[in-house]
Design a binder for this molecule. Structure first.
Ligand SMILES: [Cu+2]
Length: 495
């Protein structure tokens, strides 16, 4: 296990600009922002025109008890005494001072996922970011950008320890308010999905996970290798939650007929890809990973890999009491859902299967070729079954992270990452500190979809382009912890 291998204490001292005593709560200087943080996330109303944002944010890492149902409490680690952490509304381009207090006995990394900020404050050990020492505190500043739904989460690599990293409750939604175009909707609701009580399982139950192979020749090639052992450990969960509650136990999303509901959804899972549907309604998807899509489109099923976000408007035109939840019955019965209740309607929440998923990134992109890259970087994703301790080892171009060299890139160049997934699993592939543009999926060219995490299906090919415009060490990895922690990472180094 290679936890915390790159902690950089000198960097911490360099960045330690203040030593505030006490104070564990978020301390925004804007009343509007403060209100938004004190409201339960499921009923936060739209605040489309805050012209200021908080100048100070305080995060306190410590033990939390999460009442997922009336009779079940999860003991975990979280931010500011709650799971998810408080909704943090920042203003695009307005510098914020961050204080992080660590009330635990382990060093922590706090990663600001999806923001174009310096490596020092991005919150990843491999990037030599500031480390939050056990029982210690750090302070630093950054300027939030770009606008849209981002998030903050621990970047400690749990490895085989299911009480660490993203298996805990250390995550929260960050919304960077745009300076222009707040959007058109009546109510805004932030939702974060997360699973608790992880356990090790054998691979069989996960076999369907990668979906239908997009390229059967890749599958045939991999299956021809008879030296492979059987699949290693996978993770299952006892408890599924949205905003820290199992289905039926939190506040419902309360709506009125005729209202336009803006859902801003984050999958804060350590390992799971999820789907969500709302019977009798469609999702009008307007942004992916917080970035407006060129072609907003309607779907009946949303799909989010770990770390992905979707902004979707739902026209509330089918009065009743409904379940917004996963189509997977077992997971929904374990909590993955939230009740949507129209005003004046009572009764048992209704669920109907949405049928076949219609989710496809291509629905939201332009049907044309994107700008040509200056350079193509091939990334062949491989899996070595059942390595040390029964864990699969993940490789890029045949090498796990531990044996790899950083990939050297030049400022100003446009790089195409050409993924060839020679494994049966789906991978939510994340690039730190940059966005990328999806340019090709399963042989079809597209343009205009900008994301920081792309879900690559089993035995498939996906291309994404990024412009090297934010110098500093930049981590690339699969956001599935069981993959990331066992080899599935690369470091980009500007030269
Ligand atoms: Cu993966």
């Amino acid at each position: 296990m290679k936890e915390h291998e790159n902690q950089c204490l000198s960097r911490r001292q360099f960045l330690l600009v203040s030593t505030l005593a006490g104070g564990g709560l978020l301390l925004p200087n804007s009343a509007a922002a403060q209100d938004s943080m004190q409201m339960p996330m499921a009923s936060a109303t739209a605040t489309p025109s805050i012209k200021t944002g908080p100048t100070e944010v305080s995060l306190r890492i410590g033990p939390v008890l999460v009442d997922v149902t009336v009779s079940k409490t999860i003991s975990t680690i979280g931010y500011n005494g709650q799971v998810p952490g408080p909704l943090i509304r920042l203003r695009e381009g307005k510098q914020v001072s961050v204080q992080v207090f660590n009330d635990t006995d382990t060093p922590e990394f706090v990663h600001w996922h999806g923001q174009f900020i310096p490596s020092e404050v991005d919150g990843a050990g491999e990037e030599k970011s500031i480390v939050v020492p056990p029982r210690g505190q750090v302070s630093y500043q950054f300027t939030p950008r770009p606008a849209g739904i981002r998030w903050v989460h621990t970047h400690v690599m749990p490895g085989s320890n299911l009480y660490s990293g993203l298996y805990t409750g250390q995550f929260g939604i960050v919304y960077v308010e745009p300076n222009e175009d707040p959007g058109s909707y009546d109510q805004e609701v932030f939702l974060a999905t997360h699973e608790f009580e992880p356990f090790y399982s054998t691979g069989e139950m996960e076999e369907e996970e990668g979906g239908e192979p997009e390229d059967p020749t890749l599958e045939a090639e991999v299956n021809a290798d008879k030296t492979q052992k059987s699949n290693g450990w996978e993770i299952g969960y006892q408890t599924f939650t949205i905003n820290g509650r199992c289905l039926g136990y939190g506040d419902p999303i309360r709506v009125r007929e005729g209202e336009r509901l803006m859902l801003r959804i984050l999958n804060a899972s350590a390992t799971e890809t999820i789907e969500l549907a709302l019977p009798g309604h469609e999702f009008y998807v307007v942004a992916l990973d917080g970035n407006p899509v060129p072609r907003p489109n309607k779907v009946k099923v949303l799909q989010l890999g770990s770390a992905e976000r979707v902004d979707a408007i739902v026209e509330m035109k089918n009065p009743g009491v409904w379940i917004l939840g996963t189509p997977m019955d077992e997971d929904r019965n374990r909590g993955m859902g939230i009740v949507v209740e129209y005003a004046g309607r009572k009764g048992k929440p209704q669920w109907h299967s949405p049928g076949q998923s219609d989710w496809n990134y291509l629905l939201f992109g332009k049907s044309e070729a994107a700008t040509r890259p200056d350079e193509v970087i091939q990334m062949e994703i491989g899996k070595i079954n059942g390595g040390q301790g029964g864990f699969n080892v993940w490789t890029i171009n045949g090498q796990p992270y531990e044996r790899s060299e950083p990939i050297r890139i030049h400022q100003g160049r446009r790089y195409r990452l050409a993924f060839v997934n020679k494994s049966d699993d789906m991978h939510p592939l994340h690039l730190h500190r940059h966005n990328f543009e999806i340019t090709k999926i399963h042989g079809k060219e597209t343009a205009g979809i900008f994301k920081d995490t792309v879900l690559v299906k089993g035995f498939s090919r996906v291309d994404v382009d990024f412009v090297a415009d934010n110098p500093g060490l930049t981590l690339f990895h699969c956001h599935q912890n069981l993959h990331m922690d066992f080899g599935f990472m690369r470091l980009f180094e500007y030269v």
